[in-house]
Write a protein that binds this ligand. Structure first.
Ligand code: ZN
Length: 150
């Protein structure tokens, strides 16, 4: 099936790089040398630990309605291009992913941390079972990565 993965919008990533504060919250964004692979929530590529600088800030996904919880996310400290295009971003392959199915009112209607099947298979199954959109999360850290829409 066809689907699109939406990263943090380019304008928001650029704003955080310019202002060094979390949009909508005003907390300072934290600059550090990457200690893990992330991924970057803008370009959806994994960080090179010990080599790339990253910014940590609080972000609230805007898809759906108001029950989307804010949480910590990382982006590259230097400019990178927000992911766009159809299909599953190659930079996310190999990461432990939890996929949340969301429906009206931003209710979580299903959650999978299955690693045996390809992400495309898991995404298709959740949409076929009635999800309106999906959230990708890091299965170990729990943090928001991206929104998936059909
Ligand atoms: Zn990036």
């Amino acid at each position: 099936m066809r689907f699109q993965v939406h990263s943090i919008p380019q304008a928001i990533a650029d704003e955080v790089r310019r202002t060094r504060v979390s949009p909508g919250y005003g907390h300072p964004a934290h600059l550090e040398l990457a200690r893990g692979t992330g991924p970057c929530r803008c370009c959806l590529r994994q960080f090179i630990p010990g080599q790339e600088q990253r910014l940590l800030f609080t972000y609230r996904p805007t898809a759906g309605q108001s029950l989307n919880a804010p949480g910590p996310v990382f982006i590259h400290a230097e400019h990178c291009e927000a992911w766009s295009g159809e299909g599953f971003p190659p930079g996310l392959r190999g990461l432990p992913l939890a996929i949340e199915a969301r429906a009206a009112g931003s209710r979580v209607t299903a959650l999978t941390t299955d690693h045996e099947h390809a992400p495309e298979t898991r995404i298709a199954a959740l949409f076929e079972s009635g999800a309106e959109w999906l959230h990708l999360r890091h299965a170990e850290a729990g943090c928001f990565i991206a929104v998936v829409v059909a």
